[in-house]
Design a protein around this ligand. Structure first.
Ligand code: CTP
Length: 414
């Protein structure tokens, strides 16, 4: 049995939330409902109370007679602040239907009613939008949904078909209750799995992009922000791993519980990774490492000469950190690479690198697509192992990180 908090907002699809509650309670889950004021115009609190067997709350100042307990639990003697307890104790907070207005308020971080306040403290959020097709397609709504995704909120995409307004069709229908139940069960299963599946494993992650100095102030670098590597670090730590991240020029805060070693160049990255790899069970090389560096680094700042129109510079190869560590690893160590490829042939290049560098898995992403990859908040990848390819659909880097760990976690075990 899981504790599910269901937020219902003002949409004609609110009636479908009754069926959703019925299915979830029939499946043995304890459901509590938070209904917005506009939600009440479409469906009554009493209906939800009857189906869940628990009081329904609306306002931030509503007192919760159950003190944050869920059906099937005993009501605690103390009186925690209702909205915090309800949301904090939920295994999953589902907002279905989520109107365009609620999505905008969630994206902006409002806490002007109980539903939005609870969303700010919930650890895992699944949002099921429902609205008119033109509202759904409006750039404002799409930007708000993208903001939510980038924060790790999961979205149950609306369906396409007839909409509430007479004669209108399009995308915006609330996902069907039966489909939502399947999605909710999957979310609950990953939550449970995420609690422990990397417990005690030592995971080393390289992140960011190296900078190779030309002189005292200039460097050859790349666009990698380190977001994918940091999302992996955060996700691995959340699954119980001891995580070390070797961060090459990353301007992001360190995820909680993660050890961080800052480096600049490929040589420094190599030294830091080699040392930590001795103790690691898994290496994930997400950093974009320079393949070449200036053969000579000028002392001080290089000056241009009078009349100088072009200048050439000699570059030399950097060590392939990943291939070197893969070649020296112990049998139980798992080694995972990344391949940023451009356009068609990406998967073939990835497979080639998997074999050539002797990796257990390689994560291929197509950096020709501007919306994903370098310096963007979303990604879409294919994880290739000897067993086959696992396509990971577009999602926040945190979602993609979890999907990568789902594939990588079980490798070389037993
Ligand atoms: N890598 C590394 N050391 C290098 C270069 C790359 O460890 N000097 C690692 C990266 O961290 C990444 C993978 O190798 O995991 C990328 O492989 P690479 O062959 O360098 O691919 P690209 O740089 O993407 O491109 P290409 O080989 O096609 O030039």
């Amino acid at each position: 049995m899981a504790r599910i908090l269901l937020g219902v907002s003002g949409s004609i699809a609110a009636y479908k939330a009754l069926e959703l509650v019925r299915l979830l309670t029939a499946g043995g889950h304890g459901v509590r409902v938070v209904l917005t004021e506009s939600g009440k115009r479409f469906v009554g609190a009493d209906s939800f109370a009857a189906l869940t067997g628990a009081p329904v709350l609306s306002g931030v100042f509503d007192e919760d007679p159950w003190s944050g307990a869920y059906p099937g639990e005993s009501v605690e003697a103390h009186r925690p602040i209702g909205h915090l307890a309800l949301a904090e104790r939920a295994d999953l907070f589902v907002i279905a239907p989520a109107s365009a207005n609620v999505i905008a308020r969630l994206a902006a971080g409002f806490a002007d009613d109980l539903l939005t306040t609870a969303a700010l403290v919930a650890s895992k959020l699944l949002v099921a939008p429902a609205m008119n097709g033109r509202m759904w397609e409006h750039p404002a709504t799409q930007a708000n949904v993208a903001t939510l995704r980038s924060r790790g909120v999961h979205i149950a995409d609306p369906g396409t078909g007839r909409l509430a307004s007479k004669g209108e069709a399009g995308t915006g229908r609330l996902a069907e209750p039966e489909d939502l139940v399947v999605r909710i069960e999957a979310e609950l299963a990953t939550t449970a799995q995420q609690r422990q599946d990397l417990a005690g494993r030592r995971v080393l992650i390289s992140a960011g992009g190296t900078r190779e100095p030309l002189d005292a102030v200039r460097f050859l670098g790349n666009r990698s922000s380190g977001r994918m590597g940091f999302a992996l670090a955060e996700a691995a730590a959340a699954r119980g791993a001891y995580v070390t991240v070797v961060a090459a020029n990353v301007a992001l805060p360190t995820p909680g519980g993660v050890s961080r070693i800052d480096v600049e160049t490929a040589a420094q990255l190599q030294a830091a990774c080699a040392e930590s790899f001795t103790y690691a069970d898994v290496l994930i090389a997400a950093a974009a490492v320079a393949d070449f560096r200036p053969a000579q680094v000028a002392a001080g700042k290089m000056k241009k000469q009078e009349g100088e129109e072009t200048r050439s510079m000699e570059l030399e190869r950097t060590p392939d950190v990943l291939a070197g560590l893969a070649a020296s690893r112990k049998p139980a160590q798992v080694v995972v690479g990344f391949a940023a490829e451009h356009g068609s042939g990406a998967l073939d290049y990835g497979r080639d690198k998997l074999v050539r560098k002797r990796l257990d898995a390689i994560v291929v992403n197509d950096v020709s697509d501007k919306a994903i990859g370098f310096d963007s908040s979303e990604n879409e990848v294919v994880v290739i192992t000897a067993a086959g390819d696992t396509p990971v659909p577009r999602g926040s880097k945190r979602e993609v990180a979890d999907a990568i760990l789902d594939v990588v976690g079980p490798l070389r075990r037993g």
